[in-house]
Design a protein around this ligand. Structure first.
Ligand SMILES: NC(=O)C1=CN([C@@H]2O[C@H](COP(=O)(O)OP(=O)(O)OC[C@H]3O[C@@H](n4cnc5c(N)ncnc54)[C@H](OP(=O)(O)O)[C@@H]3O)[C@@H](O)[C@H]2O)C=CC1
Ligand SMILES: O=C(CO)[C@H](O)[C@H](O)COP(=O)(O)O
Length: 484
């Protein structure tokens, strides 16, 4: 294919709306597959022109209005939207609905909040147009070479869309990293949790880096070597790999490690917060993901950090006696905490599936995350094995492989949390993951006392360990117990 085709004739079998980093690269990925001709549209025409000029080999069909875009697509029309989540997505869907016809397919490939996808699917379906909310992960490189794709939507839409999404997805062990997740918002729900896990993974890696740096005084470049080494073992993953790259980078202007000149305030576009908000509504304790999300918030309050800067820390400085042993402890603590984060994330997907009546195959989710996406890792293969062996596994971290890994790593994990606490080095994700682990494995929890308190001040009742029924103590009277 060479050059841009004429937009006035129906020449394209698929279209992309939104040509920023994700849309442009996804459009190029689509165009590179045999038999595809891709129509492209962007709100600002300059972006369309730039894409056409930079990639004549893609044979894009440029459109400068929604009418032109619709006319350029063969029927049934299929358009993938890659614009900002929220109002921009609604505006784009509304414009497409005006020019599309029953049977056409609109795919939202952005990071939409799943309740919005449920609402949009319902509204668009009334027009006879199919609407598919599809989570797409992999960033710029994944969009171009093969992302992990998590489509929701109807079976009918999947029948048409499946082959084209399969053709552009990443491949892991010969399997495409795409699966029909479930109807309406299921795909965006799973992508949301993917991002929540991504937040936890990133925070855990950042805590490991901070502990090693402050504990051993190693330079970022030396710590890059540690991460590169870790990437050859059970922690092998894209995020560990890029961490080494980032730590090795030197700022051209100052000659300092780049990580030392980047402002230490982490941004967030919302998917981590959605994961936590949703988990709260579902009653799923995703404490590692929550700590990771809050850690970004804490970093982004410079005025509060300045106000707290003079508060006292521990009297003694931290200096491990054996640096090599300490780094190995941090590695094991990172792996154990990572298991907790994934276990919590998969719990949330299971709870979401039950709440929204989606039939989500957790094994399939772990398989499509093995390549293409930001959390891709060797580790996902282990999760896939666990769900293949036991599809109804109640708790991922109780599967034999993970239970064994936690058992092997827990002593190191505890030493790291103790060291961090004693040294005054914040390690919220490491610590909360360990507390979660201890909380779940505890024979008795102080929740019994909370039930007693609730019954005392609000007659909220409690159940007993020794017989069925609901009970209340007459706290304000003679303190006898009544069975309700
Ligand atoms: N960046 C990433 O790594 C990833 C991003 N995503 C998701 O993919 C989507 C696209 O991301 P990305 O490529 O980073 O781009 P952005 O999220 O930065 O969105 C920019 C695009 O949105 C368009 N846009 C903004 N407002 C409107 C509007 N009111 N009407 C129509 N179009 C509008 C812009 O058009 P214009 O050029 O005219 O401003 C541009 O094409 C987002 O939902 C994002 O969350 C998913 C996975 C990874
Ligand atoms: O979806 C993604 C990767 O999977 C995006 O990169 C996402 O925008 C990252 O989130 P945040 O900006 O909140 O860190």
């Amino acid at each position: 294919m060479t050059g841009a085709a004429d937009a006035t004739a129906a020449a394209a079998n698929i279209g992309v709306v939104g040509l920023a980093v994700m849309g442009a690269n996804l459009a190029r990925n689509l165009a590179s597959r045999e038999g595809n001709t891709v129509a492209v549209l962007n709100r600002s025409p300059e972006r369309t022109d730039a894409l056409i000029a930079e990639h004549p080999e893609a044979g894009f069909v440029p459109a400068y209005s929604y009418e032109e875009f619709a006319a350029s697509l063969t029927r049934p029309r299929t358009a993938i939207i890659m614009v900002q989540a929220g109002a921009a997505t609604d505006a784009t869907i509304d414009a497409l609905v005006e020019v599309f016809e029953p049977g056409d397919i609109i795919v939202d490939g952005g990071n939409a909040f799943f309740p919005d996808t449920i609402r949009r699917e319902r509204t668009v379906r009334e027009t006879g147009i199919n609407f598919v909310g599809a989570g797409i992960s992999g960033g710029e490189e994944g969009a171009l070479n093969g992302p992990s794709i998590m489509p929701g939507g109807s079976d009918e839409a999947w029948a048409t869309l499946g082959p084209i999404l399969t053709s552009i997805a990443a491949v892991a062990d010969g399997e495409p990293c795409v699966a029909h997740i479930g109807h309406d918002g299921a795909g965006h729900f799973v992508k949301m949790v993917h991002n929540g896990i991504e937040y936890a993974d990133m925070q855990l890696i950042a805590e490991a880096y901070d502990l090693i740096r402050r504990g051993t005084g190693k330079s970022p470049a030396e710590i890059a070597d540690v991460f590169a080494e870790w990437n050859r073992g059970e922690l092998e993953s894209y995020l560990i790999e890029i961490t080494a790259e980032v730590l090795r980078q030197v700022d051209a202007e100052t000659g300092r490690p780049l990580v030392d000149v980047i402002l230490d305030q982490a941004g967030a576009k919302g998917t981590g917060a959605w994961t936590v908000q949703t988990a709260l509504s579902l009653g799923v304790p995703v404490s590692g993901i929550a700590e990771a999300t809050f850690a970004r918030s804490l970093s982004s309050h410079p005025e509060q950090r300045a106000a707290a800067a003079e508060l006292p820390g521990p009297a003694e400085t931290f200096a491990p006696l054996d640096e090599t042993a300490f780094i190995e402890d941090v590695r094991q603590a990172l792996y154990a905490s990572k298991i907790v984060a994934y276990s919590q994330g998969f719990d949330e997907i299971r709870a979401g599936a039950a709440e929204y009546d989606w039939s989500i195959d957790l094994g399939a989710v772990s398989r499509i995350w093995r390549a293409g996406c930001i959390i891709r890792a060797q580790f996902l293969g282990r999760i896939a094995e666990a769900y293949t062996e036991q599809p109804e596994l109640p708790l991922l971290m109780s599967a034999p492989y993970f239970a064994d890994a936690l058992s092997r790593g827990q002593a190191a994990w505890r030493r790291v949390v103790i060291a961090a606490t004693a040294a005054g080095i914040p390690a919220p994700a490491f610590s909360s993951s360990l507390s979660y682990y201890d909380g779940l494995r505890a024979e008795r929890l102080p929740a019994a006392l909370i039930q007693g308190q609730r019954d005392f001040f609000g007659a909220h009742t409690y159940r007993r360990v020794d017989r069925p029924g609901t009970f209340h103590t007459l706290w304000s009277a003679d303190r006898s117990e009544v069975r309700l």
